[in-house]
Every structure is written in C-alpha cells, then in structure tokens.
Design a protein around this ligand. Structure first.
Ligand code: ATP
Ligand code: MG
Length: 571
C-alpha cells in the first residue's frame, strides 16, 4: 500500500523513523499546557489540575510486551506496513516506552481533563477532590499526532499507566477489556458506524493486576472474586479524543470564573474541536458565535445519525455519560458495551448503567448529552442573543431530529422507502413476545422469505411462544404478508441485496469474545484472529463453517452468566 508524504513523495511506513516523518504536533501545540505540570511528563500522582487543556505525561511501559494484534484496515489506510506491528521499535513505542523514539516524536505524551454529566446532570462526586479538577484521562495517554493522506489522526494508548487524573487507580487495562475494545472498534468500523479505531494491542507476559470479576459459571450480578489478569496496552486512533465532558470542564470553569483565562480556554477548545472534527462543514472565516451555532447543528446531525446506527446494528453503549460521548460524533469507550442477542428494548449489559442507558433508550440518552453539549457552549454566546436563540432551537429540536433518524433507520432495516408506524409497532411486539435474535431476524428477513419458516431460525421461543406457538406463528404470517404489501413489488433480488447491506449477518456477541480473551490470556490468539477476520466483514455471507459457528442463537446455558451476559466492571 503506497502513501504520499506531505511533500508528495510516496512511501510506505516500515519503521518508527518513517512514522516520525508523519508526526505533526502543530494542532495540539495551539492548546494550553497545564502550567503546574512537569514538562518531562514524570507526572503520575493524582492531583488537581486547575487550568490548561492537557498535562504532559510519560506513559509507564508494560513489562515484557508481546504482540497480540494490529488493526489491519487502519494500517492499510495509514500506509503502515503490516510487518511494522511486530517490529521492536514499534512494539516498544506502543507498549508505552517512549524513551527511544526518534525526533520529532516526543518522549512525553499527554492526558486531558474532562467533566462528567450523567444523563444531563453535572457531577463532581467522581472527582477525589470534589471539585472536578482531578477527573479525566486516568489511564489514556495520547502519544502522537500524524497527518497521513491529508487526514489528521491522534494516537492514544489505553492502559498506559497513571496520570494526574488516575484518582488512585493503577492506570492499567487488562487483556480482557483491551481485547474487547480492540475487536469492537474494528467491527464497528466494518459495520459502517463512526468509531475510534484500533491500531495495536500488546500484552505483558509478566505484569499482572488484580480486578474484581466473576467466578466460572457465576450468575451473580456483581463480581464475586478477585482475579489476577495480564495487563495490556491498546492504541486507539481518532481525529481527536475531545469528549462532550471536556467542553463541559472548561465551560464550568468559565461559568464560575474560576481563573482569569477560563473563558479563553473554553473558546480555544471549542475552536480546536471545530478545526479537528468539523473543518469541512464549518467555514473558517466565520466569527466564533456563528461557528458555535453551526457546530451545534453539525454535532446534532452526527450524534442522531450515530445513535440510529447503534440501534441498527444492535449496539448498546451501556454508559453513555457525557465523558463517554465523543464531540466528533463517533463511538468511544468500549467498556460497558454489548451487542444484543435477544431483541429487548431494555437490553443493558452493564449492571451499573440502569435503564437510562438501555438499548432503545439511547436516543433519549443522546438528547441528554446534547443538552450538556449545548450548555457547555452557552457562555460563548452570552453577548449574542440571536445566536443563543438559534442554539435553543437546535437543542429543542433534537428529539424530533432523532426520531426522524430512527424512523429512517427502521425503514431501511425493513427495506421500505418510508417508515410505517403500524407495521413497525406490530413487529416490535412480535419480536419481544417470541422473542427473536435481533441480528438473525433482520438478516433472515433480508432474504425476503416466502413464508415464516426462515424467520423461525431467529426465534428463541420463550414462554409466551411456547404457550401458543400456532397463535404466534399466525400473527407472524399475517405480519409478513402485511410487510410484503409494503415493499416494492417485483424487485426481490435487488431489495434483498440492499437489505443485506443494512442488516449485518455477524455481530460481536459477548459469548464469542469471552473464549477469545480467555484463550489470549494463555498466549493463544487463534480465536481472537478468527473473530477479527469474521467481524471485519460483517455483511458478507462467509463460509459454511463460519456460519455454523457465528450465525446462531445464543445457547440457553449462556444466558444470565456474569462476565458474559452482564458485567459490573469493565476495566
Ligand atoms: N485502572 C485505572 N486507572 C486509572 N484510571 C482509570 C482506570 N480505569 C478507569 N479509569 C478512569 O476512570 C474514568 C471512568 O472510567 P471508564 O470506564 O469510563 O473509562 P475508560 O474505559 O478507562 O476510558 P475511556 O473513556 O478513555 O475509554 C475514566 O476517566 C478513566 O480514565
Ligand atoms: Mg470512559
């Protein structure tokens, strides 16, 4: 794979020296560095950070790193040779050791503070100082920004050791959670849903930490044992890692006039967000208030589309707080997430998330995050009542725009040109009563079956179904007939093809991931690689063997299992 350097010469990135040629810190250098931080980045103890957009932090390398996986699609896009992932210098750098990186790559990375709102309510309780000044990237450390093929990417280690925001945590991520995030990011990208991307994953062959987890076969809600797990560092990549919570942090400081530069820091981070994530849709020459209004509009578009896409592919974020909501409108933080098996509007794998953040409540949760986002922008419009009114309107219309996106998405899943409320309502009822496997149902429907026999492959046949199978089958048949009267007549092949591009065949169910990370913890990456392969082509039919393994109902004995069907801790 060839790529172009900024000077127009093409080259392949085969070494970290080559990578260094793509380094470009000009954007982040426009931001304010914490004036109390140590420039060398040897700043790891939890403390309050009162101002500045970032703190220089040197990652803490994991001991004896071993290559686990790299994101082949992203490598390809960036022009990185696959061999780079297992080279010594790349392994060293992306397992946290920056001591020998070539210039201009810096020997310290950076961590950012952010605030937290839960369902639109501002919280500071999570901050050990109760001020909000100690909350932020506790174990995420960005190490590089590159410009490749005219696209700017930030590279961020997760599990790279303590930062001033670690709040007493160890700054580490275990292999289990790192495998989950790594696979899910690649899968999400392949599903066509905006997301942070997977660059690399290394595990330590000697360093371990203890985490609360579930004993074998446990059905307990909360973890019932402490397990020792290998630590890992995964690197994720995005145009920026600015979160809604980050804007809130600076906005709260501006609102409370916490220091003389507070308003300037807010304006800077907002303009920075526009430059990094919205430069193509917001005119550079506009004044800040106009830019802010356009930003709200553009983010609303992205956020509503994102959430509709999540529902399309059966994804539940699980903890959609403002600090897990990327201001660029992509998916971020694959900790408490899950891809559903059984269709259930209240599906929520994370036991700490409650129904607020359940599967079909995600549009409402997005509305709350959008509210927090708009609130954060308000101080910048204080002297511009006209712009404030526009912002109010953009915010007020969120539920309607969200609803429109959802209806468009349901119509696409059903292969219809327009949403049909009655048809959808009966379908949702049947899907819950039967109940069905969400992914399999829509994929089977995508074959435009003659009768309901094919659809029955997706039936879990619960109590309601068992009580009256003939009755439910009859209603399903009636629904199918009704659906057929709504689809375009005579173009079955074309419709099927179109629907199969909307309804994936494969989804990253947790019970596929569990054996993969368990095996990986023993140093065997066979299953992980197979999953990576299968889940990066989720719309393809794939082989019969893969279909038998990965296109099937969740076995009954795997329901309600702690650590698989639900988890209370994801890190
Ligand atoms: N082991 C740890 N050490 C230090 N800080 C941690 C640790 N685990 C989580 N945190 C911090 O606690 C906060 C909440 O954790 P959460 O699970 O949302 O984030 P995460 O999965 O680490 O990160 P991210 O949102 O960056 O993907 C985050 O600010 C995170 O950085
Ligand atoms: Mg998080």
């Amino acid at each position: 794979m060839q790529k172009r350097t900024p000077r127009g010469m093409s080259m392949m990135v085969e070494t970290v020296d080559d990578l260094a040629r793509l380094a470009d810190y000009s954007f982040m250098d426009q931001l304010n560095c914490d004036p109390d931080g140590r420039a060398d980045g040897a700043d790891h103890a939890p403390r309050q950070v009162f101002s500045g957009h970032y703190v220089p932090v040197k990652p803490t390398p994991i001991e004896n790193p071993e290559y686990v996986a790299h994101g082949k699609t992203l490598f390809n896009e960036l022009g990185l040779a696959d061999s780079l992932a297992q080279s010594d210098d790349f392994t060293r750098m992306f397992s946290g050791d920056l001591s020998r990186v070539p210039e201009p790559i810096r020997k310290a990375g950076w961590a950012c503070g952010y605030a937290l709102s839960i369902y639109g309510n501002e919280y500071t309780r999570q901050c050990p100082f109760q001020t909000g000044n100690g909350y932020g990237d506790g174990r995420a450390i960005s190490v590089l920004e590159v410009v490749a093929n005219n696209q700017r990417w930030e590279m961020q280690l997760k599990g790279g050791g303590r930062t001033p925001y670690c709040r007493g945590g160890d700054g580490r991520a275990v292999l289990r959670s790192s495998v989950r995030e790594f696979l899910a990011q690649e899968h999400m990208h392949a599903l066509g849903v905006p997301t942070s991307r997977s660059l690399s994953l290394y595990v330590s062959t000697t360093e371990r930490v203890r985490r609360p987890w579930y004993s074998e076969g446990s059905r307990s809600t909360d973890p019932d044992v402490l397990v020792s797990e290998p630590v890992a560092i995964s690197t994720r990549v995005a145009p920026s890692f600015i979160r809604v919570g980050q804007l809130e942090l600076f906005s709260r400081r501006a609102r409370k006039q916490e220091h003389p530069q507070a308003m300037e820091e807010l304006e800077k981070i907002v303009l920075h967000l526009i430059d990094r994530e919205y430069s193509e849709v917001i005119d550079q020459t506009l004044a800040t208030p106009e830019k802010v209004v356009m930003l709200a509009q553009a983010f609303r578009r992205r956020l509503t589309s994102l959430v509709a896409n999540w529902v399309r592919v059966g994804y539940c974020q699980g903890n959609f707080n403002s600090d897990n909501c990327a201001a660029g409108g992509y998916t971020l933080d694959y900790g408490p997430f899950g891809f559903c098996d059984v269709f259930d509007p209240r599906y929520q794998p994370w036991t700490g998330g409650g129904h607020h953040y359940a599967f079909l409540n995600q549009p409402a949760a997005a509305d709350r995050n959008f509210y927090s986002f708009c609130t954060a922008l308000r101080p910048l419009l204080a002297a511009h009542p006209g712009c404030l009114r526009q912002l109010d309107e953009i915010q007020g219309d969120f539920p309607q725009v969200m609803q429109d996106e959802m209806e468009k998405m349901w119509a696409a899943k059903l292969g219809l040109d327009a949403f049909d409320a009655e048809l959808f309502s009966e379908l949702a009822t049947l899907m819950m009563q039967t109940p069905v496997d969400y992914t399999m149902f829509f994929r089977e429907l995508s074959s435009v079956p003659d009768d309901i026999e094919g659809l029955k492959k997706s039936f879990y046949e619960g109590r309601t179904y068992a009580a009256d199978p003939e009755g439910l089958d009859k209603r399903w048949s009636a629904w199918l007939t009704q659906w057929k009267s709504c689809i375009r007549p005579g173009a079955r092949e074309e419709l099927s093809h179109q629907m199969k591009g909307v309804n994936p065949k494969y989804s990253l169910r947790e019970w596929f991931v569990v054996p993969a990370y368990q095996q990986a913890a023993e140093g065997n990456y066979t299953l992980l690689r197979e999953l990576q392969e299968v889940m990066t082509q989720p719309y393809a039919e794939q082989s019969r063997d893969i279909e038998d393994k990965y296109y099937r109902l969740k076995p009954p004995e795997l329901f309600d299992l702690g650590g698989s069907s639900h988890y209370s801790c994801s890190s």
